[in-house]
Write a protein that binds this ligand. Sequence first.
Ligand SMILES: C[S@@+](CC[C@H](N)C(=O)[O-])C[C@H]1O[C@@H](n2cnc3c(N)ncnc32)[C@H](O)[C@@H]1O
Length: 272
Amino acid sequence: MAQTTAAHGWQLEQDSATAYERFLVPLLFDTSARDLVDRLQVRPSDRVLDVACGTGVVARHAAERVEPDGEVVAVDLNPGMLAAAQEAAANRAIRWEEASADALALEDGHVDVVCCQQGLQFFGDRPAALAEMHRVTTAGGRLGLSVCRPLDHQPGYRPLVDGLRRHVGHAAAEGMASPFSFGDRDEIVALVRAAGFRDVEARIVIWPLRVSSPAAFLRGETASSPLGGVIADLDAEVIDALIADISEGLAPHTDDAGVSFPIETLVVTARR
Ligand SMILES: C[S@@+](CC[C@H](N)C(=O)[O-])C[C@H]1O[C@@H](n2cnc3c(N)ncnc32)[C@H](O)[C@@H]1O
């Protein structure tokens, strides 16, 4: 199963990329991607860049809107994610590129719209990545970023992270907490302004998530993350204790159909 590549955040091997596309995309990212391209008013003939595209869900929604004359370029540094993205995109006309967000192989002012869904928190050099997004955007072009708000605002993920810390260890907990590690509104707005963007606006956007059980939540989240291999190696008693602990934390969000809780994100839009 998955191995973590230490150099950059949230690195998945291809099995995890496939699990990501099957679990996390329907759980949240498909809905939030559609919302992001709607907010950015992506339209026919726009040239769109999807930075940290993962399995390509934003790129797919953008491609639907820009066809037939527009262009979508999708960039990620993880080849496993890009392979899963190409498979999921079937015949959509999207150009996939393996590159880091802070070294984009695009000309100055090449795109009308830059999207980056749940990528910024993982970048090693965020100012350089935002400078690149600014460089490749045409004058008047639009930027849309989304990140998860910090763990204190996540009633579903908090019990998952706490359970991992108690039963698996600090590194596993920090891995699961990493998507929530850079969600401070003022800090993000300041970074986007410092890169040269104007009309910067941040909105809290809250989505309802539903999973069939705490065990399914643990399994789906870890299989879609660099933790898949770690969990697969645990003894059955440890997994049982972990699930019992997470179930207790999720009890206030549990009903007859499973578990439902909100996830809070921050969506930042701006213009070049
Ligand atoms: C949580 S996923 C989000 C993927 C996708 N945007 C989505 O909405 O499903 C984070 C992605 O950021 C990518 N990533 C991390 N650091 C990166 C960097 N420096 N440059 C490009 N991609 C990066 C990872 O490989 C991963 O695919």
